[in-house]
Design a protein around this ligand. Sequence first.
Ligand code: NAD
Ligand code: UDP
Ligand code: UDP
Length: 343
Amino acid sequence: MEERIIKLEMNVPKTFPPVKPLGYKDKKRILVSGGAGFVGSHLVDRLMMDGHSVTVVDNFFTGSRKNIEQWIGHENFEIINHDIINPLFIEVDQIYHLASPASPPHYMLNPIKTLKTNILGTINMLGLAKRVKARFLISSTSELYGDPEIHPQSEDYWGNVNPIGPRACYDEGKRAAEAICYAYVRKENIEVRVARIFNTYGPRMHINDGRVVSNFIIQAIENLPITIYGSGKQTRSFQYVSDLVEGLVALMNGNYSLPVNLGNPDEYTIEKFATLIKEFVGSSSPIVFKEGLEDDPKQRKPDITRAKNYLNWSPKVSLQDGLQKTVNYFKKEIQMSKTGLRS
Ligand code: NAD
Ligand code: UDP
Ligand code: UDP
Protein backbone atom coordinates (compact mmCIF):
# COMPACT_ATOMS: atom_id res chain seq x y z
CA MET A 1 0.00 0.00 0.00
CA GLU A 2 2.74 2.41 1.04
CA GLU A 3 4.74 1.61 -2.10
CA ARG A 4 1.71 2.29 -4.34
CA ILE A 5 1.18 5.74 -2.78
CA ILE A 6 4.83 6.66 -3.35
CA LYS A 7 4.59 5.56 -7.01
CA LEU A 8 1.42 7.60 -7.53
CA GLU A 9 3.06 10.67 -5.97
CA MET A 10 6.08 10.27 -8.24
CA ASN A 11 3.84 10.30 -11.33
CA VAL A 12 2.07 13.54 -10.38
CA PRO A 13 3.99 16.50 -11.80
CA LYS A 14 4.90 18.95 -9.03
CA THR A 15 3.18 22.33 -9.17
CA PHE A 16 5.32 25.30 -8.14
CA PRO A 17 4.28 28.72 -6.89
CA PRO A 18 3.86 31.15 -9.83
CA VAL A 19 7.10 32.58 -11.23
CA LYS A 20 7.33 35.81 -13.30
CA PRO A 21 8.81 35.33 -16.76
CA LEU A 22 12.01 37.43 -16.87
CA GLY A 23 13.98 38.34 -19.99
CA TYR A 24 17.63 37.26 -20.31
CA LYS A 25 18.85 40.78 -19.41
CA ASP A 26 16.82 41.06 -16.18
CA LYS A 27 17.20 37.51 -14.90
CA LYS A 28 19.97 37.27 -12.31
CA ARG A 29 21.84 34.31 -10.85
CA ILE A 30 21.48 34.87 -7.12
CA LEU A 31 23.22 33.05 -4.28
CA VAL A 32 21.48 33.00 -0.89
CA SER A 33 23.77 31.67 1.84
CA GLY A 34 21.64 30.44 4.75
CA GLY A 35 18.71 30.17 2.31
CA ALA A 36 17.21 27.16 4.12
CA GLY A 37 16.76 29.18 7.31
CA PHE A 38 13.87 31.29 8.52
CA VAL A 39 14.65 34.65 6.82
CA GLY A 40 16.60 33.07 3.94
CA SER A 41 13.72 30.85 2.82
CA HIS A 42 11.29 33.80 2.65
CA LEU A 43 13.86 35.75 0.63
CA VAL A 44 14.26 32.74 -1.68
CA ASP A 45 10.47 32.68 -2.24
CA ARG A 46 10.52 36.35 -3.23
CA LEU A 47 13.53 36.03 -5.57
CA MET A 48 12.16 32.86 -7.21
CA MET A 49 8.71 34.41 -7.74
CA ASP A 50 10.42 37.46 -9.27
CA GLY A 51 11.83 35.07 -11.89
CA HIS A 52 15.51 34.85 -10.94
CA SER A 53 17.76 31.77 -10.74
CA VAL A 54 18.44 31.05 -7.09
CA THR A 55 21.15 28.90 -5.53
CA VAL A 56 20.86 28.15 -1.81
CA VAL A 57 24.04 27.33 0.07
CA ASP A 58 23.39 25.95 3.54
CA ASN A 59 24.90 23.46 5.97
CA PHE A 60 21.47 22.83 7.58
CA PHE A 61 22.69 23.68 11.09
CA THR A 62 19.46 25.51 11.90
CA GLY A 63 17.89 25.53 8.44
CA SER A 64 15.71 22.83 6.97
CA ARG A 65 14.82 21.42 3.56
CA LYS A 66 11.14 21.74 4.35
CA ASN A 67 11.50 25.56 4.32
CA ILE A 68 12.41 25.42 0.62
CA GLU A 69 10.73 22.19 -0.44
CA GLN A 70 8.25 24.19 -2.57
CA TRP A 71 11.10 24.93 -5.03
CA ILE A 72 12.91 21.60 -5.09
CA GLY A 73 12.86 20.37 -8.69
CA HIS A 74 12.23 23.85 -10.20
CA GLU A 75 14.56 24.58 -13.13
CA ASN A 76 15.56 27.97 -11.63
CA PHE A 77 16.44 26.50 -8.24
CA GLU A 78 19.44 24.70 -6.78
CA ILE A 79 20.60 23.72 -3.28
CA ILE A 80 24.21 23.14 -2.32
CA ASN A 81 24.84 21.44 1.01
CA HIS A 82 28.00 23.32 1.99
CA ASP A 83 29.60 24.89 5.04
CA ILE A 84 30.67 28.44 4.17
CA ILE A 85 33.75 28.28 6.36
CA ASN A 86 35.13 26.39 3.34
CA PRO A 87 35.69 28.12 -0.02
CA LEU A 88 32.96 27.93 -2.65
CA PHE A 89 33.44 28.35 -6.38
CA ILE A 90 30.28 29.08 -8.37
CA GLU A 91 29.23 31.80 -10.85
CA VAL A 92 26.62 34.34 -9.67
CA ASP A 93 25.55 37.98 -10.16
CA GLN A 94 24.37 38.79 -6.62
CA ILE A 95 25.06 37.32 -3.18
CA TYR A 96 22.74 37.61 -0.20
CA HIS A 97 24.95 36.40 2.65
CA LEU A 98 22.66 35.30 5.49
CA ALA A 99 24.36 32.13 6.75
CA SER A 100 24.85 32.40 10.52
CA PRO A 101 22.93 31.08 13.48
CA ALA A 102 20.76 33.92 14.79
CA SER A 103 19.04 32.78 17.95
CA PRO A 104 21.05 33.17 21.20
CA PRO A 105 20.75 29.47 22.23
CA HIS A 106 21.88 28.42 18.73
CA TYR A 107 24.82 30.81 18.42
CA MET A 108 26.00 30.08 21.98
CA LEU A 109 25.95 26.30 21.37
CA ASN A 110 29.34 26.47 19.67
CA PRO A 111 30.77 30.00 19.98
CA ILE A 112 33.93 29.09 18.03
CA LYS A 113 31.85 27.87 15.10
CA THR A 114 29.73 31.03 15.24
CA LEU A 115 32.89 33.15 15.00
CA LYS A 116 34.27 31.00 12.16
CA THR A 117 30.98 31.23 10.24
CA ASN A 118 30.83 35.01 10.57
CA ILE A 119 34.53 35.68 9.96
CA LEU A 120 35.90 32.92 7.70
CA GLY A 121 32.48 32.44 6.06
CA THR A 122 32.16 36.14 5.28
CA ILE A 123 35.71 36.24 3.87
CA ASN A 124 34.89 33.31 1.59
CA MET A 125 31.63 34.88 0.40
CA LEU A 126 33.45 38.17 -0.26
CA GLY A 127 36.28 36.33 -2.04
CA LEU A 128 33.63 34.79 -4.25
CA ALA A 129 31.99 38.21 -4.83
CA LYS A 130 35.39 39.63 -5.77
CA ARG A 131 36.19 36.85 -8.26
CA VAL A 132 32.82 36.92 -10.05
CA LYS A 133 32.22 40.70 -9.56
CA ALA A 134 28.91 40.11 -7.76
CA ARG A 135 27.09 42.66 -5.63
CA PHE A 136 27.13 41.51 -2.00
CA LEU A 137 24.57 42.02 0.79
CA ILE A 138 25.21 40.89 4.35
CA SER A 139 22.57 40.34 7.04
CA SER A 140 24.13 42.15 9.96
CA THR A 141 22.26 42.74 13.19
CA SER A 142 21.04 45.19 15.83
CA GLU A 143 23.17 43.10 18.25
CA LEU A 144 26.03 45.20 16.92
CA TYR A 145 24.72 47.98 19.18
CA GLY A 146 25.06 45.63 22.20
CA ASP A 147 23.37 47.00 25.33
CA PRO A 148 22.77 50.42 23.77
CA GLU A 149 23.34 53.69 25.59
CA ILE A 150 21.37 55.68 23.05
CA HIS A 151 17.75 55.11 22.15
CA PRO A 152 16.48 54.55 19.51
CA GLN A 153 19.57 53.23 17.74
CA SER A 154 20.71 54.92 14.53
CA GLU A 155 23.40 53.57 12.23
CA ASP A 156 26.03 56.09 13.34
CA TYR A 157 25.98 54.70 16.90
CA TRP A 158 29.06 52.49 17.41
CA GLY A 159 27.52 50.27 20.04
CA ASN A 160 28.22 48.95 23.53
CA VAL A 161 29.27 45.31 23.24
CA ASN A 162 30.95 43.20 25.90
CA PRO A 163 33.77 41.64 23.84
CA ILE A 164 34.26 38.66 26.17
CA GLY A 165 30.70 37.84 27.25
CA PRO A 166 28.51 34.92 26.15
CA ARG A 167 26.95 36.94 23.30
CA ALA A 168 30.34 38.10 21.98
CA CYS A 169 30.72 35.21 19.51
CA TYR A 170 27.72 36.58 17.62
CA ASP A 171 27.98 40.33 18.30
CA GLU A 172 31.71 40.55 17.67
CA GLY A 173 31.45 38.03 14.82
CA LYS A 174 28.98 40.34 13.08
CA ARG A 175 31.02 43.45 13.93
CA ALA A 176 34.08 41.76 12.40
CA ALA A 177 31.97 40.74 9.39
CA GLU A 178 30.98 44.37 8.78
CA ALA A 179 34.63 45.45 9.15
CA ILE A 180 35.63 42.77 6.60
CA CYS A 181 32.94 44.02 4.18
CA TYR A 182 34.25 47.58 4.25
CA ALA A 183 37.86 46.33 3.95
CA TYR A 184 36.79 44.65 0.68
CA VAL A 185 35.10 47.90 -0.37
CA ARG A 186 38.29 49.91 0.26
CA LYS A 187 40.81 47.41 -1.10
CA GLU A 188 38.86 45.53 -3.78
CA ASN A 189 36.05 47.89 -4.78
CA ILE A 190 33.35 45.31 -4.02
CA GLU A 191 29.77 46.62 -4.14
CA VAL A 192 28.55 46.00 -0.59
CA ARG A 193 25.16 46.39 1.10
CA VAL A 194 24.81 46.05 4.89
CA ALA A 195 21.42 45.39 6.51
CA ARG A 196 21.34 45.78 10.30
CA ILE A 197 18.34 43.62 11.06
CA PHE A 198 16.26 44.06 14.23
CA ASN A 199 14.20 41.25 15.86
CA THR A 200 12.19 39.56 13.11
CA TYR A 201 9.48 36.93 13.43
CA GLY A 202 7.11 34.91 11.26
CA PRO A 203 6.28 31.43 9.96
CA ARG A 204 9.23 29.02 9.54
CA MET A 205 10.99 30.11 12.72
CA HIS A 206 12.42 26.88 14.09
CA ILE A 207 10.16 25.26 16.68
CA ASN A 208 13.20 25.00 19.01
CA ASP A 209 14.51 28.41 17.98
CA GLY A 210 14.52 29.69 21.57
CA ARG A 211 13.82 33.32 20.65
CA VAL A 212 11.12 35.19 22.48
CA VAL A 213 8.40 35.22 19.80
CA SER A 214 8.48 31.49 19.12
CA ASN A 215 8.93 30.59 22.80
CA PHE A 216 5.97 32.69 23.95
CA ILE A 217 3.68 31.57 21.13
CA ILE A 218 4.44 27.87 21.63
CA GLN A 219 4.09 28.19 25.42
CA ALA A 220 0.75 30.00 24.98
CA ILE A 221 -0.63 27.46 22.49
CA GLU A 222 0.34 24.59 24.82
CA ASN A 223 -0.96 26.43 27.94
CA LEU A 224 2.53 26.06 29.46
CA PRO A 225 4.17 28.73 31.64
CA ILE A 226 5.27 31.76 29.59
CA THR A 227 8.89 32.33 30.65
CA ILE A 228 10.12 35.91 31.09
CA TYR A 229 13.89 36.14 31.59
CA GLY A 230 14.74 38.83 34.14
CA SER A 231 12.40 41.68 35.10
CA GLY A 232 10.56 41.78 31.78
CA LYS A 233 11.23 45.53 31.66
CA GLN A 234 13.73 45.08 28.80
CA THR A 235 12.33 46.13 25.43
CA ARG A 236 12.37 44.83 21.87
CA SER A 237 10.72 45.93 18.61
CA PHE A 238 9.35 43.17 16.36
CA GLN A 239 9.33 43.16 12.58
CA TYR A 240 7.32 40.74 10.42
CA VAL A 241 9.46 38.75 7.99
CA SER A 242 7.80 39.98 4.75
CA ASP A 243 8.69 43.58 5.66
CA LEU A 244 12.30 42.52 6.13
CA VAL A 245 12.39 40.75 2.75
CA GLU A 246 11.08 43.92 1.04
CA GLY A 247 13.83 45.91 2.76
CA LEU A 248 16.58 43.45 1.81
CA VAL A 249 15.60 43.47 -1.87
CA ALA A 250 15.32 47.28 -1.91
CA LEU A 251 18.73 47.61 -0.26
CA MET A 252 20.42 45.15 -2.62
CA ASN A 253 19.06 46.89 -5.71
CA GLY A 254 19.52 50.49 -4.49
CA ASN A 255 22.64 52.67 -4.54
CA TYR A 256 23.22 53.12 -0.82
CA SER A 257 26.35 51.41 0.48
CA LEU A 258 26.52 52.31 4.21
CA PRO A 259 24.72 50.17 6.86
CA VAL A 260 20.92 50.48 7.01
CA ASN A 261 18.70 49.49 9.96
CA LEU A 262 15.75 47.28 8.97
CA GLY A 263 13.25 46.87 11.78
CA ASN A 264 9.87 47.88 13.10
CA PRO A 265 10.05 50.80 15.57
CA ASP A 266 7.00 49.60 17.59
CA GLU A 267 8.60 48.88 20.96
CA TYR A 268 7.27 46.58 23.72
CA THR A 269 8.54 45.55 27.11
CA ILE A 270 8.93 41.78 27.23
CA GLU A 271 6.39 41.67 30.06
CA LYS A 272 3.81 43.53 27.95
CA PHE A 273 4.63 41.26 25.00
CA ALA A 274 4.00 38.14 27.14
CA THR A 275 0.55 39.43 28.15
CA LEU A 276 -0.23 40.40 24.59
CA ILE A 277 0.65 36.93 23.23
CA LYS A 278 -1.27 35.19 26.00
CA GLU A 279 -4.39 37.23 25.20
CA PHE A 280 -3.92 36.89 21.45
CA VAL A 281 -3.77 33.08 21.68
CA GLY A 282 -6.56 32.95 24.30
CA SER A 283 -4.28 30.91 26.55
CA SER A 284 -4.53 29.95 30.22
CA SER A 285 -0.71 29.94 30.61
CA PRO A 286 0.68 31.48 33.79
CA ILE A 287 3.37 34.12 33.20
CA VAL A 288 6.52 33.24 35.19
CA PHE A 289 9.77 35.12 35.81
CA LYS A 290 13.09 33.28 35.40
CA GLU A 291 16.64 34.41 36.04
CA GLY A 292 17.82 37.15 33.67
CA LEU A 293 20.37 36.43 30.91
CA GLU A 294 23.94 37.75 31.05
CA ASP A 295 24.48 40.90 28.93
CA ASP A 296 20.83 40.91 27.81
CA PRO A 297 20.30 44.31 26.11
CA LYS A 298 17.90 46.45 28.17
CA GLN A 299 16.31 48.35 25.32
CA ARG A 300 16.17 48.10 21.55
CA LYS A 301 14.33 50.11 18.92
CA PRO A 302 15.50 51.01 15.43
CA ASP A 303 15.80 54.51 14.07
CA ILE A 304 14.72 53.82 10.48
CA THR A 305 15.21 57.33 9.05
CA ARG A 306 17.96 56.05 6.73
CA ALA A 307 15.83 53.23 5.32
CA LYS A 308 12.96 55.68 4.77
CA ASN A 309 15.16 58.28 3.07
CA TYR A 310 17.40 56.08 0.95
CA LEU A 311 15.21 53.03 0.25
CA ASN A 312 11.75 54.54 0.58
CA TRP A 313 11.11 51.60 2.92
CA SER A 314 9.14 51.29 6.12
CA PRO A 315 7.42 48.28 7.70
CA LYS A 316 3.81 47.69 6.65
CA VAL A 317 2.59 44.62 8.55
CA SER A 318 0.85 45.23 11.90
CA LEU A 319 1.76 43.11 14.92
CA GLN A 320 -1.83 41.82 14.88
CA ASP A 321 -1.58 40.51 11.29
CA GLY A 322 1.97 39.19 11.70
CA LEU A 323 1.13 37.35 14.91
CA GLN A 324 -1.98 35.81 13.35
CA LYS A 325 0.08 34.24 10.56
CA THR A 326 2.79 33.12 12.99
CA VAL A 327 0.35 31.62 15.51
CA ASN A 328 -1.43 29.72 12.70
CA TYR A 329 1.94 28.38 11.55
CA PHE A 330 2.98 27.16 15.00
CA LYS A 331 -0.44 25.58 15.64
CA LYS A 332 0.04 23.51 12.46
CA GLU A 333 3.65 22.64 13.30
CA ILE A 334 2.73 21.51 16.83
CA GLN A 335 -0.15 19.44 15.43
CA MET A 336 2.13 17.81 12.87
CA SER A 337 4.86 17.03 15.39
CA LYS A 338 2.24 15.41 17.64
CA THR A 339 0.86 13.25 14.85
CA GLY A 340 4.41 12.28 13.85
CA LEU A 341 4.18 13.94 10.43
CA ARG A 342 7.04 16.28 11.28
CA SER A 343 10.10 15.33 13.30
P1 NAD B 1 18.27 30.84 10.92
O1 NAD B 1 19.06 30.16 11.97
O2 NAD B 1 16.87 30.40 10.68
O3 NAD B 1 19.03 30.79 9.52
C1 NAD B 1 20.43 30.73 9.38
C2 NAD B 1 20.77 29.78 8.25
O4 NAD B 1 22.19 29.76 8.06
C3 NAD B 1 20.34 28.34 8.53
O5 NAD B 1 19.71 27.79 7.39
C4 NAD B 1 21.66 27.64 8.85
O6 NAD B 1 21.60 26.25 8.59
C5 NAD B 1 22.62 28.39 7.95
N1 NAD B 1 24.01 28.32 8.41
C6 NAD B 1 24.51 28.59 9.64
N2 NAD B 1 25.84 28.41 9.67
C7 NAD B 1 26.21 28.05 8.41
C8 NAD B 1 27.46 27.71 7.80
N3 NAD B 1 28.61 27.72 8.49
N4 NAD B 1 27.47 27.37 6.49
C9 NAD B 1 26.32 27.34 5.78
N5 NAD B 1 25.12 27.63 6.30
C10 NAD B 1 25.06 27.98 7.60
O7 NAD B 1 18.32 32.39 11.27
P2 NAD B 1 17.54 33.63 10.64
O8 NAD B 1 16.72 34.22 11.69
O9 NAD B 1 16.92 33.23 9.35
O10 NAD B 1 18.76 34.63 10.36
C11 NAD B 1 19.31 34.80 9.07
C12 NAD B 1 20.35 35.90 9.10
O11 NAD B 1 19.75 37.14 9.52
C13 NAD B 1 21.51 35.64 10.05
O12 NAD B 1 22.70 36.11 9.45
C14 NAD B 1 21.18 36.49 11.26
O13 NAD B 1 22.35 36.88 11.94
C15 NAD B 1 20.47 37.67 10.61
N6 NAD B 1 19.57 38.33 11.57
C16 NAD B 1 18.36 37.76 11.89
C17 NAD B 1 17.53 38.37 12.81
C18 NAD B 1 16.20 37.79 13.18
O14 NAD B 1 15.54 38.35 14.06
N7 NAD B 1 15.75 36.73 12.56
C19 NAD B 1 17.94 39.57 13.42
C20 NAD B 1 19.18 40.09 13.09
C21 NAD B 1 19.98 39.47 12.15
N1 UDP C 1 37.10 32.26 -2.35
C1 UDP C 1 35.99 31.46 -2.53
N2 UDP C 1 35.42 31.45 -3.76
C2 UDP C 1 35.88 32.17 -4.80
C3 UDP C 1 37.01 32.99 -4.59
C4 UDP C 1 37.59 33.02 -3.34
O1 UDP C 1 35.51 30.81 -1.62
O2 UDP C 1 35.29 32.10 -5.88
C5 UDP C 1 37.71 32.27 -1.02
C6 UDP C 1 39.22 32.01 -1.10
O3 UDP C 1 39.42 30.63 -0.92
C7 UDP C 1 39.79 32.84 0.00
C8 UDP C 1 38.72 33.86 0.34
O4 UDP C 1 37.62 33.58 -0.49
O5 UDP C 1 40.02 32.07 1.15
C9 UDP C 1 39.16 35.28 0.11
O6 UDP C 1 39.49 35.43 -1.24
P1 UDP C 1 40.43 36.59 -1.73
O7 UDP C 1 40.60 36.45 -3.22
O8 UDP C 1 39.93 37.89 -1.26
O9 UDP C 1 41.75 36.36 -0.93
P2 UDP C 1 43.00 35.44 -1.20
O10 UDP C 1 42.55 34.21 -1.93
O11 UDP C 1 43.87 36.29 -2.05
O12 UDP C 1 43.51 35.18 0.16
N1 UDP D 1 13.23 36.26 26.40
C1 UDP D 1 12.36 35.90 27.41
N2 UDP D 1 11.85 34.64 27.40
C2 UDP D 1 12.15 33.73 26.44
C3 UDP D 1 13.04 34.11 25.40
C4 UDP D 1 13.57 35.39 25.42
O1 UDP D 1 12.05 36.70 28.31
O2 UDP D 1 11.62 32.60 26.49
C5 UDP D 1 13.75 37.65 26.39
C6 UDP D 1 15.27 37.74 26.31
O3 UDP D 1 15.86 37.69 27.58
C7 UDP D 1 15.44 39.09 25.63
C8 UDP D 1 14.21 39.23 24.73
O4 UDP D 1 13.25 38.29 25.25
O5 UDP D 1 15.41 40.12 26.59
C9 UDP D 1 14.49 38.91 23.27
O6 UDP D 1 15.16 37.68 23.23
P1 UDP D 1 15.47 36.93 21.85
O7 UDP D 1 16.26 35.71 22.20
O8 UDP D 1 14.23 36.74 21.07
O9 UDP D 1 16.35 37.94 21.00
P2 UDP D 1 17.53 38.95 21.32
O10 UDP D 1 16.95 40.27 20.96
O11 UDP D 1 17.91 38.89 22.76
O12 UDP D 1 18.62 38.50 20.43
